[in-house]
Every structure is written in structure tokens, then in C-alpha cells.
Design a protein around this ligand. Structure first.
Ligand code: HEC
Length: 137
């Protein structure tokens, strides 16, 4: 029996249809998640998540890592009194949602030779963190 014959059976057709219909809300939810991830992270959640960054960073003081106030929109490696790796200083990056997302996925992949070794695997957590950083103008 070929595929067409199988699809002619009413029960099989009903099953195929219900699987197809069930997939629609999943696709819509995935799209919504992507939209939220790129533009609308939750800054309040990002503030809580920032505790992980605070092992090395603060908003207003240089520490193991550079201070973060104003980071969104500034050139990478440009806080004057912080001792960056030459890799990050020479990266030519500007921090925006897209570059910060790639940075947090894996700093060493974006900027080989950087001295930040810390990753955030969860896309929504990255979006939330970036939303929080955007508020720290
Ligand atoms: C274990 C320490 C450590 C942790 C944890 C850490 N960082 Fe970093 N971060 C660094 C260091 C060190 C640098 C400087 C990298 C360089 O000069 O190559 C840096 C640099 C950065 C930069 C570049 C800033 C600039 O002025 O160009 C950003 C953005 C950043 N970190 C964000 C984060 C965020 C957000 C988190 C939490 C999710 C985080 N970091 C967690 C150590 C850390």
C-alpha cells in the first residue's frame, strides 16, 4: 500500500489532520518566544539573573569585569579605567541586543582571546538580562 492509499482512509486522515492542527499553536508559541527573545526580555527577571554576573561585575564599579552602566550602545572594551584583554579592545564590536546575545551564548566564540568565561545557555534568560542592562543607562 502506498502513502496515498493510507491517506484515503478516513481515520488516518483525521489523525493526520489533528496532528497538523496541534502543530499550529506550537508554531505560534515558538514565534512569540522568538519575538520576546529579540526585543522584549523581562528586565525584572533580568535583574534577578544579574546576581550571576555580580560575581565579577557591578553596574557602577569595575571589578573582575568592567562596570556595566551604559553598556548597551557603547563600543566593546571602552570603559577607560578597566584593563580589558586586547582581544576585546580590538574586537570592533558595539554592544546591542544582537551582539550581547552572541556574547552571552559564548564570549570566546564571539571574541577569541577574551578573558570572560561565562555563558548563559537559556535564550529567554539572555533576553531578560539584556532587557535589564538596557535599563542601566
Ligand atoms: C567569572 C567572571 C565573570 C562573570 C561571572 C561574568 N563576566 Fe562579563 N566579563 C568578565 C571579564 C573578565 C570581562 C572582560 C573581558 C575582556 O576584557 O576580554 C567581561 C566583560 C563583559 C562585557 C563586555 C563589557 C565591555 O565594556 O565591553 C559584558 C557585556 C559582560 N561581561 C556581560 C556579562 C554578563 C551580562 C554577565 C552575567 C550573565 C557576565 N558578564 C558574567 C568576567 C565575568
Amino acid at each position: 500500500m502506498n502513502t496515498t492509499d493510507i491517506l484515503r482512509r478516513p481515520l488516518v486522515r483525521a489523525a493526520v489532520l489533528s496532528v497538523a492542527l496541534a502543530a499550529i499553536p506550537i508554531a505560534a508559541a515558538a514565534q512569540e518566544a522568538t519575538a520576546r527573545g529579540s526585543a522584549g526580555g523581562d528586565a525584572a527577571k533580568g535583574k534577578a539573573l544579574y546576581q550571576a554576573c555580580a560575581a565579577c561585575h557591578s553596574i557602577d564599579e569595575n571589578d573582575v569585569g568592567p562596570k556595566h552602566r551604559g553598556v548597551v550602545g557603547r563600543h566593546a572594551g571602552s570603559v577607560p579605567d578597566y584593563n580589558y584583554s586586547s582581544a576585546l579592545k580590538r574586537s570592533g564590536l558595539t554592544w546591542d541586543e544582537a551582539t550581547l546575545d552572541r556574547w552571552l551564548i559564548n564570549p570566546s566564540a564571539l571574541v577569541p582571546g577574551t578573558k570572560m568565561f561565562f555563558k548563559i545557555d537559556d535564550a529567554q534568560a539572555r533576553a531578560d538580562l539584556i532587557a535589564y542592562l538596557k535599563q542601566q543607562k
